[in-house]
Design a protein around this ligand. Structure first.
Ligand code: HEC
Length: 114
């Protein structure tokens, strides 16, 4: 009995860990994920998911997934600028993230969360 319960607990913990991770970057034709998008996923999980939701569905911050950011920012550099500068209660990330990380997380929200 103990083994069954602890086995179920382990499965539950594993599922729980997966559930808190942002969506995976799909594999490209070469069988590997785009490294920039993979970097963006890490940045998103660490700095953005707490407010915008694990998959960008929104929360304390607005929804970013399902094409919302592409519709709101047809020009990608305008979206990078919002993340760098902040807006209202959205914090500025210009000092916390490199330009490469800003661009990577922006691409992740547009290409993987959309
Ligand atoms: C402390 C909570 C918080 C965190 C952390 C946060 N945001 Fe935001 N974000 C917000 C809020 C609130 C807004 C809405 C700001 C406004 O109304 O002007 C916003 C707005 C945005 C927008 C503009 C959305 C639109 O449709 O105009 C983008 C893009 C965005 N955030 C991306 C990010 C990214 C990427 C990160 C991580 C690097 C991040 N945010 C981290 C709270 C947060």
């Amino acid at each position: 009995m103990y083994r069954i319960v602890s086995g179920l607990l382990a499965v539950g913990l594993m599922l729980g860990a997966c559930a808190s991770e942002p969506p995976e970057v799909p594999l490209g034709p070469d069988g590997l994920p785009d490294l920039v998008l993979a970097t963006g996923r890490g940045v998103y999980g660490e700095h953005c998911a707490s407010c915008h939701g694990r998959s960008g569905g929104g929360g304390q911050g607005p929804q970013l997934n399902a094409g919302v950011v592409i519709a709101n920012y047809p020009n990608i550099s305008d979206q990078v600028a919002v993340i760098a500068d902040g807006s209202g209660s959205m914090p500025s990330f210009a000092k916390r993230l490199s330009q490469a990380d800003l661009e990577a997380v922006t691409r992740y929200t547009r290409e993987v969360l959309s």
